[in-house]
Design a protein around this ligand. Structure first.
Ligand code: SF4
Length: 699
């Protein structure tokens, strides 16, 4: 591994904060790189969490795939192959499956960690080369509910429509379903500063997390009842005349319909449904409203979004912000705290079943015409919308006969994971591109070993809509190529020579394709980002080469056709799997500090494994006593879909009627064998956070 530079400034391979880091090599370039915080980068100012600090471990070739793998006959083991052999086999299988079953029988499943260049190319590859509509990605599991809610309310979805630094300046934060202290610790400093400035923090979470511990007020609802809780806050705002009439009249539409729903959610009824004391509902509404003209923000994350009514729940929280007049002005607004490294950008440029580059709708004739022209095809040749992720995976082995997976590990991360695994086994052909032999790659017929993060140049957009250049720091190991090369090699064999594989050229085409769209990148290029991203980056939209970018949106007008923010009237009855005699408890899932997503990367890093070596079931002392379970004892958790076994972790931070499991592990403690494939009808988001379960001692 040759070091290209003694200190390369780039960004973390993991979460959506995209902390700036410097990768240092020794003078000879012979030792592994060392990651250190990049002090000048505005977002993290030199801070890295444990994952970022140990991220160069991922570059160790001993942990990596370094040759393509091929299952030469059904049921045989995966064996090393040459790139040409693997590409030839993959192209031949895709050709024959499309001929036998139609082009739509080939599906593509991408990832929210892929760079813009890869995500954009994957969308183009699916629609132009494979000519299938069936492409979606694991961001559907992550951001889809917040994205749909933002589009309904504001006409635009950009995670945070303001810089994270604004959080430190606002008077009150309503943080819903986020445990930042564990998921992105360097972001916590903005919340700490906000409180040092005299601000107040309200946290909504069924668990008293390390983030909730810092709150002025912690609301601990029954999982899946968020929309009702939000409606309760709106009820109090209206009943106590804490709404901002001037803002509602001047900058919003639809208030009367939202008011009608909120009238049904008086605090005592909210207490009965959500388990939050009526007094706390009133206190939260009053604290959020603050004094006239004060500022405030509503921030949501997966806790409230990964529900069967995820988009409605987010809109219910947005309604609270709008009613209090806390949007459309400085230090106010709604934002979603994106999870995956390029979770924001990954949904902007065509990797999603219903979208084209520039965050355009694939059903919009003008968008189709524009993108088809950039791609050199007729708009009529462009497929229409495909199936969202859960539906796509469930169709595998049925009318989807081949699946190409890039940068995702659905065997661990998908809801009802054993069902998904069984569907993948039924495919005629499964192809996976990944850095490591993930649990999904282990099922594949062809596996391509691909470059990662510090081994390639590419771009990402962080949770603030800040477009960043990740710079290459080292050459990849021998035998490893980019996902772009995989697509280029296949495209050539499938009759589409000249598919772009150079990241800078891909980005130039992406920028062109995005021109005029909601997420307009047409003023950006690798060169400009290289020159200007010394500690800054540029926020989209950025429509011309001299445009300064748009750190704050909606100050004058919202992105809707009439420029008004919309109250979305939503039904607030909980959409949960209700506990029963056989399944009397509630399961909620999430992440821990030292692991990341499906764990395919972090489970291979020794320091992270030492910090968090395996799955666990967090349960309340009362429940542990009832089950005669002691700390560390094996606990069996069973839902209508499957069973998982993991060690007990007893804590009073969780409700007695609820258990929590992190979802990072495969094997017996695979939490997602328990979760539901039920999806939010608006966004396709699975209901990860609410499953009825039975809990037993496993001994
Ligand atoms: Fe990386 Fe996120 Fe940790 Fe920052 S907070 S170092 S981006 S994992």
């Amino acid at each position: 591994m040759d070091a290209l530079s003694p200190a390369t400034r780039t960004h973390c391979p993991y979460c959506a904060l995209q902390c700036g880091m410097e990768l240092h090599a020794d003078a000879a370039g012979t030792s592994p790189l060392r990651a250190a915080g990049w002090d000048a980068f505005q977002v993290n100012r030199g801070a890295l969490c444990q994952k970022g600090a140990t991220s160069t471990e991922l570059l160790n070739p001993a942990l990596r795939l370094t040759a393509p793998l091929l299952r030469r006959t059904p049921g045989a083991e995966l064996e090393p192959a040459t790139w040409d052999e693997a590409l030839d086999v993959a192209a031949a299988r895709l050709t024959s499956i499309a001929a036998d079953h139609g082009r739509a029988a080939v599906g593509v499943f991408g990832g929210g960690g892929l760079t813009h260049e890869k995500a954009y190319s994957l969308g183009k590859f699916a629609r132009v080369v494979l000519r299938t509509p069936n492409i979606d990605y694991n961001g559907r599991f992550c951001m889809s509910a917040a994205a749909a809610a933002s589009q309904r309310a504001f006409g635009v979805d950009r995670g945070l429509p303001f810089p994270l630094a604004d959080v430190a300046q606002t008077d009150v934060i309503l943080l819903v379903g986020s445990n930042l202290a564990d998921t992105m610790p360097p972001a916590l400093r903005y919340f700490t500063t906000q409180r040092e400035n005299g601000g107040r923090l309200i946290v909504v979470d069924p668990r008293r997390t390390r983030t909730a511990d810092q709150a002025d007020l912690h609301l601990q609802p029954v999982p899946g009842t968020d929309a009702a809780l939000a409606a309760g806050l709106l009820h109090v705002l209206i009943a106590e005349h804490l709404i901002d009439d001037d803002f509602i009249a001047a900058r919003t539409s639809g208030f009367e319909e939202a008011r009608a729903e909120a009238q049904r959610w008086w605090p005592e009824r909210v207490e009965a449904v959500c388990g939050v004391p009526a007094g706390d509902v009133r206190a939260a509404a009053r604290m959020f409203a603050g004094s006239r003209g004060s500022t405030g923000m509503v921030l949501t994350a997966r806790g409230t979004e990964q529900q069967a009514d995820g988009a409605d729940a987010v809109n219910a929280w947005i309604n609270v912000a709008l009613a209090a007049g806390k949007a459309g002005r400085p230090y106010c607004g709604y934002g979603a705290i994106t999870g995956q490294g390029n979770g924001q950008g990954g949904r902007e440029h065509g990797q999603k079943a219903d979208q084209l580059p520039g965050y355009r709708k694939i059903t919009d004739p003008a968008a189709r015409e524009h993108v088809a022209e950039v791609w050199g095809i007729s708009p009529d040749a462009l497929p229409g919308p495909g199936r969202p992720a859960v539906e796509l995976l469930a169709s595998c082995g049925a009318d989807i006969r081949a699946l190409l997976v890039a940068g995702s590990n659905p065997v661990v991360s998908a809801p009802d994971a054993e069902f998904v695994t069984s569907r993948l086994r039924e495919l005629d052909f499964l192809m996976v591109s990944d850095v490591v032999l993930s649990e999904t790659a282990a099922l594949a017929d062809v596996v391509f070993p691909v470059t990662q993060w510090a081994e390639e140049t590419g771009t990402v957009t962080n949770l603030e809509g800040r477009v960043l250049l990740r710079r290459q720091a080292v050459a990849p190991p021998d035998g490893v190529r980019s996902d772009l090369d995989v697509m280029g090699g296949l495209a050539e064999r499938l009759g589409w020579p000249g598919f772009l594989t150079a990241p800078a050229k891909v980005f130039t085409e992406l920028a062109l394709a995005s021109a005029g769209g909601v997420a307009d990148y047409s003023g950006l290029s690798h060169e400009r980002l290289d020159a200007t991203s010394e500690g800054v980056g540029l926020h989209w939209p950025c429509p011309t080469p001299d445009h300064p970018g748009t750190p704050r949106m909606f100050l004058d007008t919202f992105g809707t056709p009439d420029g008004l923010a919309r109250f979305v009237p939503v039904a607030c009855e909980p959409a949960v799997e209700e506990p029963s005699v056989d399944f009397p408890y509630r399961l909620t899932t999430g992440r821990v500090l030292a692991q990341y997503q499906s764990g395919a990367q972090t489970r291979r890093v020794p320091a992270l494994n030492a910090a968090e070596p395996g799955p666990f079931v967090q349960l309340h002392p009362d429940l542990a006593a009832a089950l005669a379970v002691a700390e560390g004892d094996p606990v069996r958790v069973t839902s209508r879909r499957g069973t998982a076994v993991a060690a007990a972790r007893i804590s009073d931070v969780i409700r007695p009627d609820t258990v929590f499991m992190p979802f990072h592990w495969a094997g017996p403690g695979r939490a997602n064998v328990l979760t539901r494939r039920t999806t939010d009808p608006v966004s396709g988001m699975p209901a990860f956070k609410t499953a009825a379960v039975r809990v037993e001692a496993a001994q």
